[in-house]
Design a protein around this ligand. Structure first.
Ligand SMILES: O=C([O-])CC(=O)C(=O)O
Length: 155
């Protein structure tokens, strides 16, 4: 991605929503863009695992974990699968784990932080529904841009 989110915002303005939550950049790729896919879940990453093990076609997976910091929603194995399956990145409203290994992968990863405790694997939750956090609605199919400054999404 060549253009910064700041330049993009100056160009397109209110056509874009800007995420106000302050995410950490935890992947080896800090600038990424792609079409939004979504998951809503709570302390259960079964759906995150199965979706990131399916073809990404350059998309960005937005995971709304309700901001719970209690369990990690992605680790290095799932992140490696995301790379192998052609995902551009993941934005997680929750923590990850294995951050040292994840930092080396060619994947965009924005998350709230890290927690070594694993999630449940029941696959409870929903896939490709609109999700909302940081003052922004993420709709499946919308374009998303992320870099060191933050995250922009088409309204
Ligand atoms: O299994 C999990 O919860 C996630 C994990 O540790 C990994 O992806 O390596």
């Amino acid at each position: 991605m060549e253009t910064s989110t700041a330049d993009l915002y100056d160009e397109l303005g209110e056509a874009l929503a800007s995420v106000s939550l302050q995410f950490q950049d935890l992947g080896g790729q800090t600038r990424f863009t792609g079409t939004v896919r979504t998951i809503r879940c709570l302390e259960d990453n079964g759906l995150v695992k199965s979706v990131l093990n399916s073809p990404g076609n350059g998309a960005v997976l937005v995971v709304d974990g309700a901001g719970s910091l209690n369990t990690a929603l992605m680790g290095d194995m799932i992140a490696e699968a995301a790379v192998a399956n052609g995902w551009a990145g993941v934005v997680i409203n929750g923590p990850i784990r294995d951050r040292a290994a994840v930092a080396k992968l060619p994947l965009g990863v924005k998350a709230l932080g890290s927690n070594p405790r694993k999630s449940a694997k029941e696959s409870a939750g929903e896939v490709d529904v609109p999700v909302e956090f940081g003052g922004v609605t993420f709709r499946p199919g919308a374009r998303l841009w992320a870099d060191e400054d933050g995250i922009l999404v088409e309204r």
